[in-house]
Design a protein around this ligand. Structure first.
Ligand code: PGA
Length: 255
């Protein structure tokens, strides 16, 4: 059965000392059974935060990006091998901010996903539409296209290391959350797509997270939906008390 996942995305926030304090607080949280907590930490802090969270309570760290090549002359980039060597085994790929500001395409993300999977990483693959796309009623095809273009040439066994994060761009950092019904509808669409491509068993075993202004006040309602297996949380993951409440919002025990 798939897992519940509460993933934080710290983005380009927090000083080193604030990051350490936040990780220390979160490492003490009593995480509900069957739930993984993942912290998307800026690269310079990963090794230290990884040590702070340890292995005690289902809290682990993720990188927010990796390069598509294994190594070489790519100034300023970070490889899966480097991340692996400091004990990081999860990477967030395809966040809409990277798609927009770093011009990451579906084709590039397909390469990154493959490099990460080959190195044994779990990949949190982000997708999501703009408001214009939703208003044109093209959101199902758009999100479906992102998934097909970057993930549909994977092998069946690769899917055990794929987590999908559906994050409508209009809901990220805006305070506007997709309604639980809007989110559920897209999650069911994504699960059906995976089922059509790779079979029901794989679709049922894949965690699909919702992201976009998840906060303590709405997490319970979102996570109660059948196909919503957790959240990728930006702003509200920067405060230990808020993120702890989100971690404790799961009502559907999935494992
Ligand atoms: P937000 O960000 O929770 O601040 O909307 C979510 C994300 O970008 O992952």
């Amino acid at each position: 059965m798939r897992k519940n996942i509460a993933a934080g995305n710290w983005k380009m926030n927090l000083s080193y000392s604030d990051a350490k304090a936040l990780a220390t607080d979160l490492s003490k949280v009593d995480v509900p059974a069957g739930t993984d907590v993942i912290l998307g930490v800026p690269h310079p802090y990963l090794a230290q935060i990884n040590e702070i969270v340890g292995t005690a309570n289902s809290v682990s760290v993720a990188a927010q990006n990796c390069h598509e090549k294994e190594k070489g002359a790519y100034t300023g980039e970070v490889s899966t091998g480097m991340l692996d060597s400091i004990g990081v085994k999860t990477v967030i790929l395809g966040h809409s901010e990277r798609r927009e500001y770093q011009k990451e395409s579906d084709a590039l993300l397909s390469e990154k996903v493959k490099v990460a999977l080959a190195a044994g990483f779990r990949v949190i693959f982000c997708c999501g539409e703009t408001l214009t796309t939703r208003e044109a009623a093209a959101h199902f095809d758009y999100v479906g296209g992102q998934i097909k273009n970057s993930l549909f040439d994977l092998k069946n066994e690769d899917w055990k290391n794929i987590v999908i994060a559906y994050e409508p761009i209009w809901a990220i950092g805006t305070g506007v959350t997709a309604s639980p019904e809007q989110a559920q509808e897209m999650h069911a669409h994504i699960r059906k797509l995976i089922s059509d491509g790779f079979g029901t068993e794989i679709a049922e075993a894949t965690s699909i997270l919702y992201g976009g202004s998840v906060k303590p006040a709405n997490a319970k309602e979102l996570f109660a939906k059948k196909d919503i297996d957790g959240g990728l949380v930006g702003g509200a993951s920067l405060k230990a008390a808020d993120f702890e409440q989100i971690i404790k919002s799961f009502q559907l025990a999935r494992k």
